[in-house]
Design a protein around this ligand. Structure first.
Ligand SMILES: [Zn+2]
Length: 397
């Protein structure tokens, strides 16, 4: 029902303007008034969620209109009725019928340029619904220069290029959209820069420029920070890599586990594990993460010995129960146990290990989709950056 309202609202808004422009000459004809009343009856069927009745009503209404003397035809109401009928077919998945009606309207010489633009937008939507993105693209490109249609067309072109993975085109359209609507969501555009940089070789000059652009449009783009950190890590500039990796705890600390190993390797290369320890405490203060707990316990064990490490682990397991720290807890217990108790703990460790290896490591916060791999674009709900590492959101064992 709500979908139908959304279907009708843009047309109603735009068409209201056209109708207003012509209201002076519109109202006199009784025949036309009847047709308008009929149209409202059809709309009422739609609004009361009686789609079948609405379709039948609109079809018979338009057939009657065709049989009338052409001089008495109210083209405006007929146009609106046909446009709505086409949209109704599209919303029911009958795209062929929607296209037939909309294309017929597009070819009708009785309609104005403004009405034709409205029709072209609906044809583009029909093609989108049918998955003919190249045809939809042509229509949306035609509408780009029309102020009333530009923002919608740019948004849809961005969706098309995102689906077809034409990242350079997606960037171009995303930048135009950002100029027209500076308050728009910049997360998709920042990922287009990252996606395009992935296509290039990191030795090519635009590679770093693209990642910096991603951070300019979206300063919280953790993906760009990870890619920049990876770049500096690959050329062994560890301090520069650390600056990028550590920025993630300010941008979105849920992703810090993605780079924790590399942060450790940077500090090892710089022979400065004290700074690594300080970083781990700070990161856990900002947002607790069991992966950080494990890194911290390993560091304490290497630096101060097993007893302080165990003590820290018991403290963390009690405060933040999690399967990863629980497994480490069992492993410490195995070292101390003997006989059958030890055998039972070894079996438990294996079972926990299987459980950990079988569970998905990433969850989408938007739709609940689970995956073993990090997808920056959720394959299910197609939202950017909504898939998060489980350890950052799951505190339950
Ligand atoms: Zn999702």
């Amino acid at each position: 029902m709500l979908e139908l309202l959304f279907l009708l609202l843009p047309i109603a808004a735009l068409y209201g303007w056209y109708m207003g422009q012509r209201s002076a000459r519109k109202a006199q004809d009784n025949q036309n008034n009847k047709f308008s009343r009929d149209y409202m009856t059809g709309l009422n069927f739609l609004l009361s969620n009686q789609q079948e009745k609405a379709v039948d009503f609109f079809l018979s209404m338009l057939q009657k209109q065709e049989q009338e003397d052409s001089d008495s035809v109210n083209f405006e109401t007929e146009f609106e009725a046909e446009l709505t009928l086409g949209n109704l077919f599209r919303s029911r998945g009958e795209v062929d019928r929607a296209l037939f009606i909309h294309q017929k309207l597009d070819e009708n010489p009785n309609y104005s340029i403004e009405q034709k633009l409205l029709v072209k937008q609906q044809i583009a939507k029909d093609f989108m619904k049918a998955g003919f993105y190249d045809r939809a693209e042509n229509y949306y490109i035609m509408l780009l220069d029309e102020p009333e249609f530009a923002i919608h067309s740019l948004t849809q072109l961005m969706n098309i290029y995102q689906r077809t993975k034409e990242w350079e085109k997606a960037i171009n359209i995303g930048e135009k959209l950002l100029k027209l609507t500076p308050q728009s969501d910049t997360i998709p555009l920042s990922h287009y820069y990252c996606e395009y940089s992935n296509v290039l070789n990191s030795s090519q000059k635009p590679y770093l420029d693209l990642l910096h652009k991603a951070l300019t449009v979206n300063p919280n783009c953790t993906r760009a920070s990870i890619l920049l950190g990876d770049y500096y890590f690959s050329i062994k500039n560890y301090e520069a890599a650390l600056i990028r990796f550590k920025k993630i705890i300010e941008q979105d600390p849920t992703y810090i586990s993605e780079v924790l190993d590399k942060i450790e390797q940077c500090y090892i290369a710089l022979n400065d594990l004290d700074r690594f320890e300080s970083f781990l405490y700070r990161a856990n203060e900002i947002k607790h993460n069991s992966i950080i707990d494990l890194a911290l316990i390993k560091l304490i064990e290497n630096k101060e010995g097993i007893i302080p490490a165990k003590s820290k682990l018991y403290q963390q397991v009690s405060q933040y129960p999690n399967i990863l720290t629980f497994q480490r807890f069992i492993q410490y217990q195995i070292e101390e146990a003997e006989g059958n108790g030890k055998k039972s703990l070894i079996l438990l460790d294996k079972m926990v290990d299987i459980s950990i290896s079988q569970r998905e490591k990433y969850h989408c916060l938007s739709c609940g989709y689970k995956s073993f791999h990090l997808n920056w674009l959720c394959p299910s709900c197609r939202s950017w950056e909504t898939m998060k590492p489980v350890e950052s959101i799951d505190k339950i064992l």
